[in-house]
Design a binder for this molecule. Structure first.
Ligand code: ARG
Ligand code: ZN
Length: 844
């Protein structure tokens, strides 16, 4: 059954207050609800339908009188008075057997919840839709020592606690936690003087992994006050870490629940990358308090209203805390790796989808990351001051409301007097625009003519031109910047822009800072790319020039058997030696495009990608790089070792990232001797894991595999790395068998999403291993998706995306992939989640 945006109607009732009482018990939790309803004057449909799934109704009353509702698999209906009334119900649920990790479930002996998007209906009967907002009072009866819910504490005693959340909220923001937890406490004083108690709650044994997350939280609170003028609004802010969680984290009002991988960190167990990600996720969930909670979504089609904006805000935060160019480049790498294949394949959907079967399948890179790019473009077009005014107006006008993208754009129209009719296409039209460029030079005038087009897809057969902010700079042939960054605003399918008064034909630097999420299809010579790699003043386009060189040389190696290109090798050597450049930035330039990015580039050129040939070309190029840079490598490695106690700050992390990129090249020359030394002597996970990867790559990882397991077997999060590294670094012919062997390891746990993703997601990340010509990679993933579907549909469905690019490969691989997807579809009682995903992917 497909749900359509166009069919929205308001709920027939408003809620004044919700009272919930939980009697917790692993297999028989009782939930009593008392809800004050009254007719909604703005609604036309007054059907009293409450969502409810997997609930056993014990009794229901209206104004104290028992009633017998009509109950189906999805909810209940009941005749109700045409006036305010009180609904009471008692239901029984089974948290211990809730392996879907949606609703109330148990993880490692504790009770926790995940309600977004539609999990609350597995807790009690309720209008489980984000436009129904209410205040919640919650009583928890349990002998667990720590009992938490949303809002402020409202009393506690032996075996019970009460919480009251004064801010009206939709049910998806409800949360409850009960367990044997210890806290890492702190406090924060808001700009206006509110004293806030902060806590990170974890299982005993994890208390030493909270300090960084807490500092990140306080930095986030300060940043949102300073940059967006947004203060926290409760007396307490609780974060809880749980081991079994489908996503990264959840912004429940006053009680954020985190996948333990997204909050717990110590120098010994977490990498620099983990620290940065944790800081970003803490910020993201905290920022949701205003963009998501105080102002929420009218319906789930509007998901990008909160997610695109909050991702944009957390990216701004990271750019402020760390290096803005490094953050931007990292985000573009991620966008191209995850969002572009989605937008250009069978799963393509607009940033605001207009139909879905299962909303959980739309927590996508398009909604989140492209959604953030759309806001970035909007800010670039209107300017920083106008953006700030628009956001102030947004918070002012819509606080306490459940809103739409139309509301969001209206705020910008009112604040800037701009007509955003065309800009709105970014929300409604799917697909990645391709941008081509023609140049003309005559009499000191340089003309750039851009043409944009977006290929048709199942969402729209005829794509209209988008508003494209194109940031451009011009360099003179001697490398000086003659025209600094200028924002061109393209609105037509084809449009020219001229630059006058130039003394020589310039070299253009186009799409600076990646000012629009497009594919720039520009024929340009290796020497011009090398020139930009050497001279461009914009860090993004400079990096991208190196990336284009790497991509083009790899493609020529794959398709023509060419040798690695001199322009690329020379350009890279020069950048590596340039000590004026940030080490983290140099490490980024040293990295090669991923195999899947190359497959995508080949496909775009009409060539069927051969995963083995891509793998071989990458290996050859890395070997060539190592040999070419041979003399510089030991010096670079030594120069970027970080002395003293480990610190996850951006500068130290940058040194380690360059040193470890160099180590992987050294490994190609010394068969892993240096890596072994680093592995043996490492006192932090960044150094240990990088060396571990090198040893696996050099196929001398056997001892390290054993030693690493021995050292870390008690630490789940580190053992997740142990699982994934072995699969990711396996040779193409060994990836599936390695993953299969690991699924038989006693520590493999199909019910734990982190472990499942580490192992089977690791396989999907090993491009040549997953896309093995004999189909063994596809078959193994399909086996496990079939097994997981009964237990956890959400994580199963998300991992189906590994198949989304299947149609770009050769007939043999395609036949294997299709057969495996058909096998998944044929599974009895396949979940709606998985069924929707596979059906869409098969339409490629
Ligand atoms: N709102 C959460 C976040 O962006 C994600 C929760 C998604 N959960 C889900 N089941 N789809 O941080
Ligand atoms: Zn979010």
């Amino acid at each position: 059954e497909t749900i359509h945006l166009s069919e929205y109607t308001p709920f027939g009732f408003l809620i004044d207050a919700v009272h919930l009482t939980f009697d917790l018990s692993p297999n028989a939790t009782r939930v009593k609800s008392r809800i004050d309803f009254r007719p909604n004057p703005d609604a036309t449909d007054s059907t009293f339908f409450l969502h409810g799934e997997k609930l056993t109704l014990i009794e229901a009353r209206i104004d104290g009188t028992p009633v017998t509702p009509d109950i189906t698999d999805t909810g209940l209906t009941c005749t109700v008075p045409d006036a305010p009334f009180t609904w009471e119900a008692e239901v029984e649920i089974d948290p211990a057997n809730n392996t879907a990790l949606e609703g109330l479930y148990m993880s490692g002996g504790m009770y926790c919840t995940q309600c977004e998007a539609e999990g609350f209906r597995k807790i009690t009967y309720y209008p489980d839709r984000p436009d129904v907002m209410a205040t919640f009072t919650v009583r928890i009866n349990s002998n667990m020592p720590v009992l938490l819910s949303n809002g402020n504490p409202a009393g506690e005693g032996d075996g019970w606690a009460e919480w009251h959340d004064p801010w009206p909220k939709p049910a998806y923001l409800f949360a409850l936690v009960a367990g044997h937890l210890v806290n890492h406490p702190d406090h924060f004083t808001t700009a206006s003087g509110r004293e806030v108690t902060l806590n990170i709650w974890v299982r005993e044994g994890d208390a030493h992994k909270c300090a960084f997350g807490m500092e990140a939280l306080k930095r986030s609170m300060t940043w949102d006050e300073e940059v967006y003028g947004r203060e926290y609004d409760l007396d307490v802010f609780n974060i809880v870490a749980v081991d079994d969680f489908n996503m990264g984290a959840m912004e429940n009002k006053g009680l954020n629940i985190f996948n333990s991988a997204a909050v717990l960190a110590s120098p010994e167990t977490a990498t620099d990358g983990n620290f940065e990600r944790i800081e970003a996720i803490i910020a993201h969930e905290y920022f949701h308090n205003w963009t998501g909670n105080r102002i929420t979504c009218r319906d789930w089609f509007q998901l990008c209203l909160k997610e695109g904006l909050t991702v944009f805000r957390d990216a701004q935060f990271t750019a402020d805390m760390r290096s803005a160019p490094v953050k931007r480049i990292g985000d573009v790498i991620d966008l191209r790796a995850r969002q572009f294949p989605e937008d250009q394949g069978p799963l393509s959907h607009p940033v605001r989808p207009d139909r879905y079967q299962e909303i959980n399948n739309f927590y996508t890179a398009t909604v989140y990351e492209k959604g953030a790019e759309v806001i970035s473009m909007l800010k670039r077009l209107v300017g920083d001051d106008a953006y700030k005014n628009a956001l102030d107006l947004y918070f002012d006008r819509h606080d306490g409301q459940a809103c739409t993208i139309e509301d969001w754009l209206q705020v910008f129209e009112d604040a800037t007097e701009r007509d955003l009719t065309q800009f709105k296409r970014w929300y409604t039209q799917s697909g990645t625009p391709h941008l081509t460029v023609a140049e003309d030079w005559a009499d000191g005038t340089y003309t750039l003519t851009f043409t944009q087009s977006t290929p048709p897809d199942a969402n729209q057969s005829d794509k209209l031109p988008q508003v494209l902010p194109i940031a451009v700079g011009l360099l003179s042939p001697n490398g000086d910047e003659t025209v600094p960054t200028t924002l061109l605003e393209m609105t037509e399918a084809t449009q020219s822009f001229t630059f006058d008064g130039l003394s020589s034909r310039p070299v253009p630097s186009i799409l600076r800072d990646f000012s629009a999420p497009v594919v720039l299809d520009r024929e340009s010579s290796a020497s011009e790319q090398a020139f930009l790699l050497a001279h461009d003043t914009d860090p993004f386009t400079r990096w991208d020039a190196g990336r284009n060189l790497a991509r083009d040389t790899l493609i020529a190696m794959v398709t023509e058997g060419a040798a690695p290109q001199g322009a690329y090798l020379d350009g890279l050597a020069a950048v590596l030696r340039d000590t004026s450049l940030d080490p983290a930035y140099r490490a980024l330039i040293l990295a090669l495009p991923s195999a899947s990015e190359l497959a995508q580039a080949l496909d775009a050129r009409g060539t069927v990608p051969d995963p083995d040939a891509i793998h071989d070309a990458q290996e050859t190029l890395r070997q060539t790089l190592a040999e070419k840079l041979q003399d510089a490598l030991p010096g670079l490695y030594a120069a970027h070792q970080v002395d003293g106690p480990y610190s996850p700050d951006a500068a130290s992390a940058g040194h380690r990232s360059l040193a470890n990129a160099v180590l992987s090249l050294i490994t190609r020359l010394d068969s892993g001797a240096q890596a072994q030394t680093q592995f043996d002597g490492a006192d932090n996970m960044t150094q240990q894991l990088a060396a571990f990867g090198c040893l696996l790559q050099a196929k001398r990882g056997e001892d390290a595999i054993a030693a690493f397991y021995d050292q870390w077997q008690a630490d789940r999060l580190v053992i997740d790395k142990w699982f994934s590294m072995q699969v990711i670094f396996a040779a193409p012919d060994a990836a599936a068998s390695t993953a299969a062997a690991l699924t038989r390891h006693p520590d493999f746990d199909v019910k734990n999403p982190n472990r499942f993703r580490a192992t089977l997601g690791g396989l999907a990340m090993n491009h040549a291993g997953f896309h093995r010509a004999d189909g063994s990679g596809y078959a193994l993933l399909a086996d496990w998706l079939i097994t997981l579907d009964d237990l956890n549909p959400q994580t199963t469905a998300r991992m189906c995306a590994a198949f989304q690019t299947w149609a770009r490969y050769d007939e043999g691989r395609k036949a294997h992939a299709r057969a495996q997807m058909e096998r998944i579809l044929a599974k009895p009682d396949l979940s709606r989640d998985t069924s929707e995903m596979i059906t869409r992917i098969l339409k490629a």
